[in-house]
Every structure is written in structure tokens, then in C-alpha cells.
Design a protein around this ligand. Structure first.
Ligand SMILES: Nc1ncnc2c1ncn2[C@@H]1O[C@H](COP(=O)(O)OP(=O)(O)O)[C@@H](O)[C@H]1O
Ligand SMILES: [Mg+2]
Length: 281
């Protein structure tokens, strides 16, 4: 499905953000890319959809080489790649429905998009997705009237509206409270499994990643230093990824007495603790 070979990126500032990354993600797999701030997670995602130009290496999607594509061909290829952002990236003055429909813009062409003309099949699909993310009753609300969690639900529906093969998700929960974060992660993972998408989720919250994904890749200073199942992450590996000091700070997060509505999630916010308890789905 997605295949990265020896992908490297050096920014004009001289920072080597990615250093020869090899990665394959099959259809239907949800992969969490973890690592400290500055590890290169966002750069990796941006190199895949070519928002950032790698200095070397190749990106193959479904047998098609994305590296080197330009203009219309690049646009067509990008249609297959959905994006979900930390900051939601909604058009605040547009309705929930219009925001979701805008996921179709890559398909309907310039003039129709200018007139925002969508056909009834698109509207039906948008309604189905809004129902699936629990926002059907809010379809005429403006983007700026929504809570963070609701905005991210719209972001998810919009990305899936595009009918992508690959979904790239950059820190989807970094602006959300712990409970909403879990709901959003669960929703993304469920929907992607239903639709058999390949998914890369950049996330710095290890416990959250471990709870929901099939595979964890650890990035440190632009290199893959771990690739395995969530339950294979050891204290040693986490130290390799995050370093000693950062790690201890991270482990103090969570456990701030948020109220749970269901008892199915027992994590304490301390991933090491969770590993010890074997707390995996
Ligand atoms: N637009 C940019 N220009 C210059 N350097 C950048 C840019 N974006 C990221 N970097 C650098 O590349 C490295 C990786 O950053 P990034 O991919 O944002 O990491 P992460 O998402 O894991 O926090 C960092 O050293 C960062 O400072
Ligand atoms: Mg980032």
C-alpha cells in the first residue's frame, strides 16, 4: 500500500529532519508514529503528501511513485491521501455540512467547487459520515460553534469524504482533553478498520497510541529506532526513543482525576505502568 524507501529531508536551515527512513504500511493497518518533539514525525507525513519535498528517497502509494509527480498528476495522487490535523483546519464560518463536503473538492473540479455544487450522492455520503461521527444533528451549525472534539469529528468526516486509501493524521488529540482524546482515537481507528485504510497517526502520547493501534514506530532524530507491536515497547525502547529526562516528565502526565463514563479504560496515563499491567486492547 504505502512504501517509503530511504526517505530523507534536510531543511534549508540545515536540520536533517529525516535520515533514510524505510517504512511499509499495508492496507488496513493503523500505525502510530511516536517520538519526541522535533523527531521528524510531521516532516515524515508531509513528505508523503509532498507538502514538503524530500531531498532523497521514494514514496510509493499503491504501486504508484509519488515522488516526482507534478501538477495534475500530483493533485490526483493527493486525492487518495486524507489528512487530519491537530488544529482541525475547518473553515470556521462554514457549516459542518459544508466543511465535510469540502472533502470532495479534489474530485469535483475547479468550476463546480467555486460554485460549491455538490451532487446528491455527495450529500448523502456526507450525511452518512456525519451520522457515523455523531454529528448529524449539528450539520447546519457553523464551524466556530463547535467544541474541539466536535471539530475533530468534522475533520475525520471530511477526510473520509475524500474516499482516501491512506490517512495521515498529525497529533489529532494534542488539543483535546484526555477523555475526548480517547473517543477521537477510537473513532479514527474504528472507521479506518471498517474502510480498510492504511493509517499513520503521529502522536506523542504513548499510552493513547498503545491502546488503539496495531503497530508502533518510534522515531528519534529522524531515524526509525523501534518498529513493533504496542506490547513490545519496553522501558528500554521508550528511553531510546524519548531519552531519559523527557521520558520521566512524560510519565507524570495523566492521572488528573478525569471522570470516566465507562470502566473499559483502566490506563493511568503512565505507559510504563500500563506495559507492566499488560493493558492492551
Ligand atoms: N519548516 C521547517 N524549516 C526548518 N526546519 C524545520 C521545519 N519544520 C521542521 N523543522 C525541523 O525538522 C525537525 C523535525 O521537525 P518535525 O517534523 O516538526 O518533528 P515532530 O513533528 O516530530 O515534532 C526539527 O528539528 C525541526 O526543527
Ligand atoms: Mg509534529
Amino acid at each position: 500500500m504505502l512504501e517509503l524507501k530511504q526517505l530523507s529531508k534536510r531543511y534549508a536551515t540545515g536540520d536533517l529532519a529525516l535520515n533514510g527512513v524505510d517504512l511499509e504500511v499495508p492496507a488496513g493497518q493503523v500505525l502510530a508514529l511516536i517520538g519526541p518533539s522535533g523527531a521528524g514525525k510531521s516532516t515524515l507525513i508531509r513528505c508523503i503528501n509532498r507538502l514538503v519535498e524530500p531531498i532523497s528517497g521514494t514514496v510509493m502509494l499503491d504501486g504508484e511513485k509519488l515522488s516526482g509527480l507534478r501538477g495534475g498528476k500530483l493533485r490526483l495522487a493527493r486525492r487518495q491521501i486524507g489528512m487530519i490535523f491537530q488544529s482541525y483546519a475547518l473553515v470556521e464560518r462554514l457549516s459542518v455540512m459544508e466543511n465535510v463536503l469540502s472533502g470532495r473538492l479534489g474530485y469535483i473540479g475547479f468550476w463546480r467547487s467555486l460554485l460549491r455544487k455538490y451532487d446528491s450522492a455527495d450529500i448523502k455520503q456526507a450525511c452518512e459520515l456525519l451520522d457515523r461521527v455523531g454529528l448529524l444533528s449539528m450539520l447546519d451549525k457553523r464551524g466556530d460553534a463547535l467544541s474541539g472534539g466536535q471539530k475533530q469529528r468534522v475533520g475525520i468526516a471530511r477526510a473520509l469524504m475524500q474516499q482516501p486509501k491512506l490517512l495521515l493524521v498529525d497529533e489529532p488529540t494534542a488539543s483535546l482533553d484526555p477523555k475526548t482524546s480517547r473517543q477521537i482515537m477510537r473513532l479514527i481507528v474504528e472507521l479506518c478498520r471498517e474502510q480498510n485504510l492504511a493509517v499513520i497517526i503521529n502522536i506523542h502520547d504513548v499510552a493513547l497510541a498503545q491502546q488503539f493501534v496495531d503497530r508502533v514506530v518510534g522515531l528519534a532524530a529522524g531515524e526509525v529506532v523501534f518498529d513493533g507491536r504496542p506490547d513490545e515497547l519496553t522501558e528500554e525502547t521508550l528511553t531510546l526513543i524519548y531519552g531519559e529526562e523527557d521520558w520521566s516528565t512524560d510519565a507524570e502526565d495523566g492521572e488528573h482525576g478525569e471522570d470516566e463514563e465507562s470502566g473499559d479504560e483502566s490506563e493511568t496515563g503512565d505507559p510504563l505502568n500500563n506495559i507492566a499491567k499488560g493493558a492492551h486492547p
